[in-house]
Design a protein around this ligand. Structure first.
Ligand SMILES: [Mg+2]
Length: 175
C-alpha cells in the first residue's frame, strides 16, 4: 500500500509560523482557536492581508517549523509497514525547497529522498491513500482521501478525518 503524506499542517506546523510572524510584525498574537474554519489572512485587518499572504513566499518561512504532535513516531510506524511518500506542493513557494529538504533530514531521516515528492499540482500523484489538510488536494486524488484536521478545515465534512496522528493506527489496522 502506498501512502502519500502532505507536509504543512500534517507533519509540520506552518500555522504556528504565520502566528509568530504576524505577532512580530503587528504586535498581536492570534490563537489557533481564532483560525477555526478560516485562515489568518481572512481575519486580520484588510491592510495586513497581503503581507500575511506573502509570508510563505519569504525566505525562512518553512525553516525549523514545529512538528505536528506524534507525526514522527506514527509516520515511522507507517513507514515500517507500508510504502510511505511525503508529498508537498512546495513549488508554490520559491524558497521552501531547501527548508523542507533540511526539515525532512532532521525530523524524518528514515524517509529516503526517492520518497520525497516536492511537487506542484497534486493531481499527478498516484497512490492508495492521501493524507492532506486541503480539500483541493483530496478532491483530485484517485484513492482513499483522508483529511488531517487543521484549524482551517474544521467544518469540512466530505472526507474521513484523522484528528491527530494517534488515530493513525485505526485507519490502517496496525495493531
Ligand atoms: Mg498541507
Amino acid at each position: 500500500m502506498r501512502i502519500l503524506i502532505d507536509m504543512d499542517e500534517v507533519m509540520a506546523d506552518a500555522i504556528e509560523r504565520f502566528l509568530e510572524w504576524y505577532e512580530r510584525d503587528f504586535g498581536i498574537r492570534y490563537t489557533k482557536e481564532d483560525l477555526y474554519g478560516t485562515k489568518l489572512h481572512a481575519i486580520v485587518p484588510e491592510e495586513h492581508r497581503q503581507v500575511v499572504k506573502q509570508y510563505p513566499h519569504q525566505k525562512g518561512f518553512f525553516k525549523d517549523l514545529p512538528l505536528i504532535p506524534h507525526s514522527q513516531e506514527m509516520i515511522k510506524e507507517l513507514n515500517d509497514r507500508f510504502d510511505v511518500y511525503v508529498a508537498s506542493a512546495a513549488m508554490e513557494f520559491e524558497y521552501s525547497l531547501q527548508d523542507k529538504y533540511e526539515w525532512l533530514d532532521k525530523h524524518f531521516p528514515f524517509i529516503h529522498w526517492k520518497r520525497r515528492i516536492l511537487c506542484g499540482d497534486k493531481s499527478v500523484l498516484k497512490g492508495d491513500v492521501l493524507i492532506d489538510d486541503h480539500d483541493f488536494n483530496l478532491s483530485v486524488f484517485n484513492g482513499r482521501a483522508i483529511m488531517f484536521t487543521a484549524t482551517h478545515n474544521m467544518h469540512e465534512t466530505k472526507y474521513e478525518r484523522m484528528n491527530t496522528w494517534l488515530d493513525a493506527e485505526k485507519f490502517f489496522d496496525m495493531k
